[in-house]
Design a protein around this ligand. Structure first.
Ligand code: BES
Ligand code: ZN
Ligand code: ZN
Length: 511
């Protein structure tokens, strides 16, 4: 079993969770139409595009006279939004003026960014009760989601760690007369789930190894009353998952295939969410360069987003059954590691020449997807993976690439991404690329010849060979999973990108 190799590995994951996870569990969260007596208020400030010195308060439920008094006080001080937040007093109350984001992006992202900035502006004040005036056109639910992510801090692995929940506000009031209670409840669940996702992402790979990943998933599922199946190496060997197993051959820590079944309101229909869970990707024999290799602990970001969705479903039952699966393994090097040139047989019987052991995510997903489709027969399967460095060339760190074998399914998921404030951009699966997946002596090879380029498309073309006729959408989050540069996401470390798209897919899935 995991964990006996280092002291760190013996610490329970719950004791390592960020303070914000515990805080979210006991937080008094409310919506209101006016400012509670003793609360410290955050108010958004909108600067005019062409004239940065010309600004005004933007708060749906703050009376005009208070707005005017706050902005004249700020102007009298010579304050400009570009200088960052301003703390003021008016009528015996405390206010923080927080500049609103000005980028031309989706309003959901803007609202989350404002929440993030509000948390940063007030973090050091040790407030007992924080109230946030929601700007016009923003949803208070999205503002809260951002606020919670601004309070995330991963101190869990600091030797000097001492829990300090008092620094986070025990009560938060979202002042938004348009806010529906169900939407705030959903944002609270997203905030909890995102904290878990980011914790998993940020955890070091000697702690969060495949066995630990499975333990955490199992405990989470059991706590929620969801059925959880964990396949170990012996079980996967018996099932013939040679593709997945070839990735883990260089590692002393066993792989795990995690499947959690979420019962829906109507269980006659189901969808599947499948995540790449590489707890570390050294590249294998096709070893990666040393510089930045530590970042490859984030190669489980797709799996983390899937487990985050499970956490969300504890609080919100989806309309249909949702199968959540994670292929967890490391990709390391040893005398037992897979060689370039090796041929393996996948779960579905196809053979694969491994030309590059660093193109391992597709080898793992191939078997997990084929297995989930055979076992559970979902109507739609969505996989999420930090699959290719090439997606950074295409879309940078602002959006994820989307691929699908069914345009209606693609459109559906694109709509979910939009509603979730997670930028997605569709790339094609052109027929010309199909021959480039074919092997020289085996059915397939895991990378195309160098002249083909189109790295992200080729990753998706390979995976497509394992989903048959099932409607399938693939999300490549290699650019956005960490150090995400999309507005409304934490810009350093794990981002939890994809979580909200996955939950939205499930909650909206009605066929
Ligand atoms: N985990 C990487 C993809 C990745 C790269 C994620 C950079 C985040 C940042 C994946 O397993 C990989 O190594 N892909 C190779 C594929 C290549 C060998 C065809 C890549 O993108 O270089
Ligand atoms: Zn790799
Ligand atoms: Zn990888």
């Amino acid at each position: 079993m995991s964990g006996m190799r280092h002291a760190l590995a013996n610490e329970s994951w719950k004791s390592l969770l960020p303070d914000s996870s515990l805080w979210l569990n006991k937080l008094q969260l409310a919506a209101a139409a006016q400012l509670p007596q003793t609360a410290h208020a955050v108010v958004g400030v909108q600067a005019k595009d062409d004239d940065k010195a010309n600004y005004s308060i933007n708060a749906r439920d703050l009376d005009k006279s208070t707005q005017d008094q706050l902005s004249s006080q700020a102007k009298a001080l010579g304050w400009l939004p570009a200088a960052g937040p301003l703390h003021l007093q008016l009528g015996g109350r405390n206010y923080s003026l927080v500049p609103l984001p000005t980028s031309k992006v989706n309003v959901v992202q803007l609202a989350r960014q404002f929440g993030l900035d509000a948390a940063r502006a007030t973090k050091e004040l040790r407030l007992a009760h924080l109230a946030v005036f929601v700007p016009e056109s923003y949803s208070g639910a999205d503002v809260f989601d951002g606020l919670a992510s601004g309070f995330y801090g991963h101190l869990g692995f600091k030797g000097t760690r001492k829990r300090d929940l008092e620094k986070l506000p025990g009560a938060v009031t979202i002042i938004d007369s348009a806010l529906v209670p169900q939407a705030l409840k959903s944002a609270h669940a997203h905030a909890r789930a995102a904290a878990l996702v980011r914790f998993l992402q940020d955890a070091p790979p000697n702690y969060l190894d495949p066995v630990k990943f499975a333990e955490i998933a199992n405990e989470l599922a059991k706590d929620a009353g969801f059925n959880c199946q964990i396949l170990d190496k012996a079980a996967m060997t018996a099932l013939g998952m040679g593709s997945f197993l070839s990735v883990s051959d260089g590692s002393v820590t066993e792989p795990r295939l995690i499947t959690i079944e979420i019962p829906g309101i109507d269980n006659s229909r189901s969808i599947a969410l499948v995540g790449k869970g590489l707890t570390f990707d050294a590249g294998g024999v096709s070893i990666k360069a040393a510089v930045g290799m530590e970042e490859m602990k984030y190669d489980m970001s797709g799996g983390a987003a899937v487990l985050g969705a499970v956490e969300y479903f504890r609080h919100h039952q989806p309309p249909c059954k949702v199968i959540c699966a994670i292929g967890a393994t490391e990709n390391l090097i040893s005398g037992g590691a897979t060689r370039p040139g090796d041929i393996v047989r996948a779960f579905n019987g196809k053979t694969i020449e491994i030309h590059n052991t660093d193109a391992e995510g597709r080898l793992v997903l191939a078997d997990v997807l084929a297995y989930v489709i055979k076992e559970h027969k979902p109507e739609l399967v969505v996989d999420i993976a930090t699959l290719t460095g090439a997606v950074l060339m295409a879309l940078g760190s602002v959006g994820a690439a989307l691929f699908s074998n069914d345009q209606a399914a693609a459109d559906f998921v694109l709509g979910c991404g939009k509603a979730a404030g997670e930028p997605l951009w569709q790339l094609p699966l052109w027929g010309e690329f199909e021959k480039e997946t074919r092997g020289d002596v085996a059915d397939l090879k895991n990378i195309a010849k160098a002249s083909v380029k189109a790295g992200s498309i080729m990753g998706a073309m390979f995976i497509k060979e394992f989903v048959g006729d099932t409607k399938w959408v693939h999300l490549d989050i290699a650019g956005t999973g960490w150090n995400c540069q999309a507005v409304g996401f934490p810009s350093a470390g794990g981002s939890s990108f994809g979580l909200r798209t996955l939950t939205t897919i499930a909650m909206r899935y009605q066929r």
